[in-house]
Design a protein around this ligand. Structure first.
Ligand code: ADP
Ligand code: ZN
Ligand code: ZN
Length: 732
């Protein structure tokens, strides 16, 4: 057969692509990979992406159907990008059609035409004091809006302006007519001016020199720099050179650190149009950012993990900030690691990739130690700030108040009396993790999970943090009717209450997922604390990221024990990273920082290593243990998860999967399980898992190619939900 056929990616949970004949009314030379076409599918019609033009098909000729219409004149994705996405689908064993379609903005997936660009940011132009005075007198609403915009220092999302000033449309238009503000596409700002740029510390300079000496080739770098060592400045210097050579920059950050402040800082410092990509955008904004990136109109793309899938025509540098952060791993559907794909992307683009962290993942450290990554170390804080000191507080046999010992409370009091700020950190939101009856022992179990419902006193509810099931707070015990219901343990809401009473004269801000939903009031409080002076910050790990509080001199971790004895072999690494990151918030300004860790296990080796040495000492030790146990990064893992209406059905499916893997696998792959998941029941479903592990990664990849498609055919496949997680980071 000499006719060309279209090999199409369609959004369907099927491994493999679909073949079609070209649309009858379209000349074959107009067809190129990366274009969308409308094709018949089942009884309906779908929008798909042309991946390849081929000569042969396994489908018999009489069964091939013709595509109905060509939707794009020019390809949406170029061949190099299609190649990257296909590689990723194959590596993670996820249906190719879903991966390729997921890389398109939602509207385009549905077959709609590309949006015409429309301004989505407001940028303040030159405004004289005189002009402001005049507005203040004659047009108070315009004055209010303009003053707020000026405070934001840079481009502001139109969406944010609308939210803040719901009826500010006329005022905005008036400011525009006067030439005081402009509406622009993408995040943009004028240059910050050289005065704000630091002279580099010697170690920073060495790092910049090392990377910029090799900008035209693939090389991975680990920027291993203590907190406050000025890693961001290093990224900026290198990015400047890459931009000056006319190439684009991809800067990835963890989910919670992508704040408007960061976006503005980047736009201002590098004086380029920035396309921002994260999950908080609406469909239109998302597509617009995607278009800016695809056309290379934004020279820098700043985003969370999914930005690694964006089209970037002349990629010249990839940066992954806080590369150890678990939010780089997508935990559902297409389970990719944004960090790992960043490396693949850079390799394919032939450009450097920088992984930055004060607490590098053991995977990256091992690669640096073995010479696969260049290892750039920043051992000192920039600008002369000194490192914080860590101290363990033994809380055995102590009278605790809201989980806090007298020594801790005294330290807080002293800090406040000295006019400084303290951060109190606890990685549990809500008031208490359990409500219990002291008469009969009833606990606030979640009816749908193998977990307890958390007490949220402010909302007056019990809420499960795993499935969201909630109920009103009972007054008497649901089991025995007793009034002796008491919270057990602490959450951030309780800390806020206890500290608020005790230190009533000082501003106190709570930062966690519940608190950030009351956004307006929080912003005002935060602004107050950031201005300086005595104050307290209470929160979960959200506190450790995104915000910069120069006046914090004391950091207290109320409970570090929960991370010490977990079933997951990565929990020690996570705990160490958390402690070091949180500690890194102390003493960033001119005053030295102090860190207090409350524990009932002061002799625990992990804590001892962190207190006497540093993260590097911990990491060396942890790597040794992983090597002895043949755990990642000394082996590769794949986790097959299944859930069903009973544990029996989940395990039966995985038993069939285990036998299949046993038949297909060579001697180099171990098959462990099935076993019930650490959380046996979640949202009403019973969960089990099967682990495949090998020291030789190619063996595993080879196995997966046959194993994963065959899972669909197993007898019990239809009775469970199952998924395959390549390089899992959570074994739950
Ligand atoms: P990191 O990301 O490594 O924790 P940051 O990049 O946030 O550190 O920098 C910490 C602080 O040090 C920032 O306030 C930054 O402006 C400042 N800084 C960075 N480089 C220098 C330098 N060379 N001299 C003085 N201050 C610097
Ligand atoms: Zn009871
Ligand atoms: Zn639940």
């Amino acid at each position: 057969m000499s006719r060309l056929l279209l090999r199409m990616a369609l959004p369907a949970p099927v491994y493999g692509l679909f073949d079609y004949l070209p649309p009858p009314d379209v000349e074959i030379r107009r067809l190129q990979p990366g274009q969308r076409l409308l094709v018949p599918f089942g009884r309906g019609e779908r929008c798909g992406l042309l991946v390849e033009l081929v000569k042969e098909s396994e489908v018999p000729a009489h069964r091939l159907k013709a595509a109905r219409a060509l939707l794009d004149d020019t390809p949406l994705l170029d061949e190099a990008h299609l190649g990257f996405l296909r590689w990723a689908a194959a590596y993670y064993r996820h249906p190719e059609g879903e991966v390729l379609m997921a890389a398109l903005p939602v509207r385009l997936r549905k077959g709609k035409a590309l949006l015409a660009p429309r301004p989505d940011h407001v940028l303040v132009q030159d405004v004289s004091d005189e002009m402001l005075d005049r507005l203040a007198k004659r047009a108070p609403r315009q004055f209010e809006l303009l003053s707020w915009l000026l405070e934001q220092e840079g481009g502001v999302r139109l969406e944010d302006v609308r939210q803040r000033f719901p009826s500010g449309r006329d005022a905005l238009n008036a400011l525009r007519r006067k030439g005081l503000v402009a509406l622009v596409v993408g995040e943009r700002a004028e240059s910050e001016g050289k005065a704000m740029i630091h002279e580099l510390e010697p170690e920073q300079q060495q790092a910049v020199d090392a990377v910029t000496a090799r900008l035209d080739e693939y090389q991975a770098w680990l920027l291993d720099g203590v907190t406050g060592s000025g890693k961001t400045e290093v990224y900026f210097r290198i990015a400047e050179q890459v931009l000056a050579r006319g190439r684009m920059v991809l800067l990835l950050v963890p989910e919670i650190s992508l704040t408007p402040q960061l976006v503005r800082r980047v736009a201002r410092r590098l004086a380029v149009t920035v396309a921002v990509m994260h999950s908080g955008l609406n469909e239109r904004e998302r597509e617009q950012a995607w278009q800016l990136a695809r056309k290379g109109e934004a020279r820098l793309v700043l985003g969370t993990r999914s930005a690694v899938l964006a089209p970037l025509p002349d990629l010249g540098l990839v940066v992954v900030d806080e590369e150890h952060d678990p939010s780089y791993k997508q935990q559902e559907g297409f389970r990719y690691s944004g960090r790992d794909l960043a490396l693949v992307r850079a390799r394919r683009a032939g450009c450097p990739v920088i992984l930055g962290s004060a607490t590098p993942s053991l995977e990256s450290l091992k690669n640096a130690m073995e010479g696969r990554y260049g290892w750039l170390r920043l051992t000192r804080r920039a600008g002369g700030a000194s490192p914080p000191t860590l101290q363990l507080l033994d809380v055995r046999n102590q009278r605790l108040e809201g989980g806090m010992s007298p020594v801790l409370l005294d330290a807080l009091a002293q800090t406040l009396a000295g006019g400084r700020q303290a951060m109190v950190f606890l990685n549990r939101r809500g008031y208490a993790p359990v409500l219990s009856c002291f008469d009969c022992g009833w606990l606030s179990d979640c009816p749908r999970c193998d977990a307890r419902q958390t007490l949220h006193r402010g909302q007056g509810r019990l809420i499960c943090h795993h499935c969201g099931t909630e109920r009103p707070l009972p007054r008497t015990c649901p089991a025995c009717g007793s009034a002796e219901l008491h919270p057990l343990g602490q959450g951030t809401e309780q800390l806020e209450q206890v500290l608020g009473r005790r230190f009533a004269d000082f501003p106190l801000v709570r930062i966690d997922r519940d608190a950030t939903s009351r956004k307006g009031s929080l912003d005002a409080l935060l602004a107050r604390v950031k201005k300086g002076g005595a104050g307290l910050l209470v929160g979960t790990q959200m506190l450790a990221k995104g915000h910069h509080f120069p006046d914090v001199t004391l950091v207290a971790l109320v409970d570090v024990d929960s991370g010490l004895f977990s079933a997951d072999f990565r929990s020690a690494e996570r705990m160490a990273q958390l402690i070091v990151q949180v500690a890194g918030r102390a003493g960033r300004g001119a005053h030295a920082g102090r860190v207090l860790l409350q524990t009932r296990f002061p002799e625990h080796p992990l804590l001892q290593t962190l207190v006497s040495g540093d993260y590097a000492a911990f990491a060396r030790q942890a790597l040794k243990e992983r090597q002895q146990a043949a755990l990642p990064p000394y082996s590769s893992q794949v986790l097959v998860r299944a859930s069903g209406r009973s544990m029996e059905v989940a395990e039966a499916f995985l038993q069939q999967a285990a036998e299949l893997a046993g038949r297909l696998a060579g001697a180099g792959v171990q098959v462990w399980g099935p076993v019930p998941a650490p959380m046996r029941k979640r949202a009403g479903r019973y969960r089990a898992q099967l682990l495949l592990q090998t020291a030789r990664r190619p063996d595993l990849r080879h196995l997966l190619a046959a194993f994963v498609p065959a899972l669909q055919q197993l007898p019990d496949a239809g009775r469970v939900r199952w998924s395959v997680d390549v390089d899992p980071i959570d074994l739950y």
